[in-house]
Design a protein around this ligand. Sequence first.
Ligand code: AMP
Ligand code: MG
Length: 406
Amino acid sequence: MGLVPLEEAQGYVTDACSRLAPATAPLARALGQVSAERVVATEAVPPFDNSAMDGYAVRAADTAGAPVVLSVMATLAAGSPTSAPVGPGEAIRIMTGAPVPEGADAVVMVEDTSSRGEGRQVEVRAEVSPGAAIRRAGEDLAPGDVVVDPGTPLTPGHLGVLASVGVAELSVFPRARVGVLSTGDELVSGPAPLLPGQIRDSNRPTLLGMVAEAGCEAVDLGSANDDEASISEAVDVAARRCDAVVTSGGVSMGDFDLVKVVLDRLGDMRWMQVAVKPAKPLAFGIIAATPVFGLPGNPVSSMVSFELFARPALRKMMGFPPTTWRRPLLAAVAEEPLERRPDGKTHLVRVIAVLDDDGRYRVRPVRGQGSHQLAAMASANALAVLGDGDGVARGEPVRVMVLSST
Ligand code: AMP
Ligand code: MG
């Protein structure tokens, strides 16, 4: 079987996945989700002219030839309704955010004043021009302004802006519910002593974590034995319960690699040998309109495969813009040689990427590049992308996918 180029395999998978139907979400739950609608401001922000400073609301003309002394008529706090108008020769003590009273057209900051006569008067030492230290109604948003466009991933700032115009809920692409299933007769969960030949299921917690980190709702589907009935039952139920299913194991060339067999029987499945190392085999199918990602069983392979194929597709389903489906390939410099031999595949080397003082990534490989060496993978924070060939020498440029910034 010929190797499928990585890009082509990634394109095949994302093309086969569609965006989920939008649903209304309360603002408080929408962080990190993608807006499915255009929200337009129906009110002004700020809603009224207000003071940008603690100081005195004045008629700017009265400050000509400062220092001048003005009569203080009242005090206005943030939240006060507006007071009596400011007349000639008068001032109103005003706090940041309080509405600018009628008659006043400027605010003098408190630092440029001195209180006189137990607060009944104020000496203004600076001349101010009309509009000084006043924040105008609608200066942030005017009615009719677009607050968010469809396809906007919602940041804390967006939630605040939406709240600032009185929006309490909006239409977003939902978080995908993603089931994670392990397969293998050898797998044990929990701390029970291992019987001969058994290993512990490490893929499930890893993949549940990657699913959650991708912004999805993770559903633990447990594990299935290496028999068709067990896998079939688990996948079938999962495909009906979830928006997507991620399995690990059972997609290689072994006699008991039955996930690919089951996916083929249950739906429209493509089994690919991708020109990438690790993560060569991938069984990807659509079962009951649900994408099923049959990832390889080796722990590092399953992580890399999730990263390359499942994460971008899940982001597409959750409405993210295409340019953000995959991680950016950032420029880095190899601090140590990144070795490989030509084999027709793209190699993803587990590296530690550190930003140096001039803002460039420097990378060095972690010890243990085997696809079973999960501890080494866990200690890496990035994958260096090595095209086919002889690797990258010390000091040479290399591209990296940074997986975590911590
Ligand atoms: P497979 O793809 O099923 O042939 O599995 C490849 C390798 O990954 C084998 O050594 C399996 O024991 C191991 N493996 C499969 N599933 C898991 C899992 N959930 N946790 C840890 N190792 C696994
Ligand atoms: Mg297996």
